[in-house]
Design a protein around this ligand. Structure first.
Ligand code: ACO
Length: 428
């Protein structure tokens, strides 16, 4: 027997058989349920899309109850242990781990696209000296569409591949320039002898030395953090990428929109907010007081809670291990003790336990970034660099999906009924 859901409309007595496929019904199948001939048809009301699948995807799988995260079927723990960011980006984008030859070609191609057009440098110089690097980042990514008008040919597979290479290669350069700009240092050109993350550290931190040599532990730690942030299925910024891309906008404009969504403190801006929170708490003694205030509804415990994970975020677990390695090199971040105490108390407290609030990816990442010398306002940018791979993979998948059209949700209108315009001098 076919998998169906029977709906009885008590108003009319009519019954409807709605097919159930892969644990979902199609919202459009509800349209046939009408109470009168001029009735538009039944809709679902789902603010914030808490229970609506907007696509079928083969990229990332999350089991929020068990704390499982897979990219193309591979567990995040194994990728963090054995892969590199560029290899993981390839996997996310093209569906399989690359052979050695494919990885060499991919790495070479990315390396060829790391330079920014000189006009982009000039454009970035126009930002206010204290501009937030994420603001610089997202507007510069958007501006790339003016340099690459060919990117508008989004239906052409080869053109899409070229923009993917450009974007993955150029986002670290834009991010590094945004950082150098905010501290008034000259921009550093990419060094293509270095790894993806090694070169990024070079563009950020090189001073007068002839050749910048990244610390191997920090270089690897950043690569692991990039692997962990590369994709996370249909989150706020990815939905923005798909939503904007569904209008057939070019990928630079779509990615600028996705980065804007990531900027918010409830999403990629949370790691910045965590550090601010830890500094405000200041000492371990004040942790219980802070928890009490959160429970009273006076603010949130930033870096805790997730729409999908209702157990420990597997990325947070890996980040905690990475933090130990980084602190051996940089010295221990004194805010770590406050974070550990917050976690200890929160994981025992019924408020957090009953709501299934656990540390998410942002709870510890900021501590590592800070120890590595990044200022707080760079944290969301550090998230955007690796997430670029995920955004692009999701965008490409959306364009290939024959089920997709321009994204256009419906609404339930609750405003005024039809009424006549009132002349200005007759208004009360
Ligand atoms: N601190 C205190 N209480 C919280 C927190 C938190 N961090 N998160 C959720 N809650 C409470 C809510 O007040 C609510 O309680 P109530 O039922 O008594 O009203 C309940 O838990 C459910 O919260 P919602 O806001 O409905 O959960 P939602 O799924 O909409 O939000 C979110 C998820 C935005 C991540 C939320 O947990 C949050 O604001 N966390 C802090 C910000 C953060 O760390 N964001 C990063 C997310 S990961 C990422 O984007 C990479």
């Amino acid at each position: 027997m076919a998998d169906t859901l029977t709906i009885t409309d008590n108003r009319t007595g009519k019954q409807y058989e709605i097919p159930v496929e892969q644990g979902a019904i199609r919202a459009m199948d509800l349209r046939q349920i009408r109470t009168s001939p001029d009735d538009f048809g039944l809709m679902t009301y789902d603010p914030a899309f808490q229970n609506t699948a907007s696509c079928r995807s083969r990229i990332t799988f999350i089991d929020g109850d068990k704390g499982v995260l897979l990219y193309r079927g591979y567990p995040i723990e194994q990728l963090a242990e054995a892969s590199t960011y560029l290899e993981t980006a390839y996997l996310i984008l093209f569906g399989e781990l690359p052979t050695s030859a494919q990885l060499d070609r991919w790495t070479r191609e990315i390396t060829l696209h790391t330079m920014l057009h000189e006009n982009i440098k000039k454009f970035m110089e126009g930002f206010q000296y204290d501009a937030h690097p994420m603001g610089i980042f997202l507007s510069t990514v958007g501006a790339l569409s003016t340099i690459y008008p060919d990117a508008k040919r989004i239906q052409d597979e080869e053109t899409r591949r070229l923009q993917i290479l450009r974007l993955i290669a150029k986002v670290p350069s834009i991010a590094a320039y945004a950082y150098r700009h905010s501290i008034g240092r000259p921009y550093i050109y990419p060094d293509n002898d270095l790894s993806f993350t090694g070169n990024f550290l070079n563009m950020l931190f090189k001073m007068t030395e002839l050749k910048y040599r990244p610390h191997p532990v920090l270089e690897r730690a950043l690569d692991v953090l990039f692997i962990l942030h590369a994709d996370h299925e249909q989150n706020c910024s990815t939905s923005a990428m798909r939503g904007i891309g569904s209008s057939q906008a070019d990928p630079y404009s779509s990615l600028a929109g996705a980065a804007a969504a990531l900027y918010g403190p409830l999403h990629g801006g949370a790691n910045e907010a965590v550090l601010r929170m830890l500094r405000e708490i200041g000492t371990i003694k004040k942790v219980p007081d802070f928890i009490t205030r959160v429970k009273r509804g006076e603010g949130r415990l930033m870096g805790f809670g997730h729409r999908v994970y209702k157990s420990y975020d597997p990325r947070a677990r890996i980040i905690k291990q990475t933090a130990d390695l980084v602190f051996e090199v940089t010295g221990r971040n004194p805010l770590l003790d406050i974070a550990l105490e917050l976690e200890r108390i929160a994981l025992e407290d019924d408020y957090f336990v009953s709501r299934k609030l656990y540390p998410n990816v942002d709870f510890y990442s900021g501590l590592i970034y800070q120890a590595m010398g990044f200022p707080e306002d760079m944290f969301p940018v550090l998230f955007a660099i690796p997430r670029t791979a995920g955004w692009l993979a999701q965008w490409d998948e959306m364009l290939r999906d024959t089920d997709q059209k321009i994204a256009r949700p419906r609404q339930i209108y609750t405003g005024a009924a039809l009424r006549d315009y009132v002349a200005r001098d007759e208004r009360k």
